[in-house]
Design a protein around this ligand. Structure first.
Ligand SMILES: [Zn+2]
Length: 258
């Protein structure tokens, strides 16, 4: 089982080493900004390292929205970050499912997702696989409820899209973690990465506040079961830096070995 963490982008290989992580995820730019990634001096070293790498796209990206001033730059930014992800040898780029504005029809959002992949194909395609991640909040989200996820996959499945399952987001988004992998697989046919997170909030709270695995509101055995059932690599996006994440990784390794 490949287990790792989301870490600071300054020196991801060093951060991985301090956590004994086999997998590392990081942002290429400020996650709250709109910047294209810059070339990295350590790109070749990261690519050559045995540590598996995933890149998380900026949070601002929302390719589903009807707001042209967000949707069009979002497509371009996602393409640019996928190119940056390829330079560090990433296995994929993770992007949130996005959401609509009040009064919009969710069907438009699914169609905007389809158009995003059609646009990318015209540009030569995404340089690494795009992994759409389920989200925790919003009434008009494209990938909060699995009912919406199924409609999203009807729109984009033909493009060979990947999926990233976040356990905190599923719990806070109102999807039971018991049997979650089977329910996702019935929709997407694949899980490429697990975001193995606890939650500080109640089931279906709609709040996105990650917690460490052995505290918080999620039974950590359900997170272990999801990793085991999926066979996918797992990354903790939990608080506490080296100590907190290191403990979460050690917990997962021990449970998965038993
Ligand atoms: Zn996540």
């Amino acid at each position: 089982m490949r287990i790792g963490a989301h870490v600071d982008s300054a020196d991801p290989l060093a951060e991985a080493a301090t956590r004994s992580a086999d997998v590392v995820q990081f942002f290429l730019t400020d996650p709250q900004g709109w910047e294209n990634p810059e070339p990295r001096a350590d790109a070749a070293a990261i690519k050559a390292a045995p540590t598996e790498v995933f890149i998380h796209a900026p949070y601002r990206i929302n390719v589903a929205t009807t707001n042209n001033r967000i949707r069009i730059p979002s497509r371009k930014l996602l393409l640019a970050h996928a190119a940056g992800a390829a330079e560090v040898g990433a296995s994929g780029i993770i992007v949130h499912g996005g959401h609509m504005q009040k009064g919009d029809d969710l069907a438009t959002g699914f169609d905007n997702w389809r158009k995003t992949f059609a646009y990318a194909q015209e540009q030569g395609g995404f340089a690494v696989p795009v992994l759409i991640e389920n989200t925790a909040s919003g009434d008009l989200a494209c990938a909060r409820s699995f009912e919406a996820l199924a409609r999203l996959w009807d729109a984009v499945g033909e493009f060979g899209v990947g999926f990233c399952l976040d356990t905190c987001h599923a719990h806070a988004g109102g999807e039971d973690l018991v049997g979650v992998v089977d329910r996702v697989m019935a929709i997407t046919g694949r899980i490429d990465l697990i975001h193995a997170n606890g939650s500080r909030d109640e089931f279906d709270s709609g709040r996105d506040r990650h917690d460490n695995l052995q505290s918080g509101m999620i039974d950590p055995k359900l997170v272990v079961a999801a990793i085991r059932a999926s066979g996918a690599p797992a990354v903790v996006e939990t608080p506490g830096g080296q100590d907190g994440q290191g403990a979460d990784i050690a917990y997962l390794r021990a449970e998965l070995a038993s």
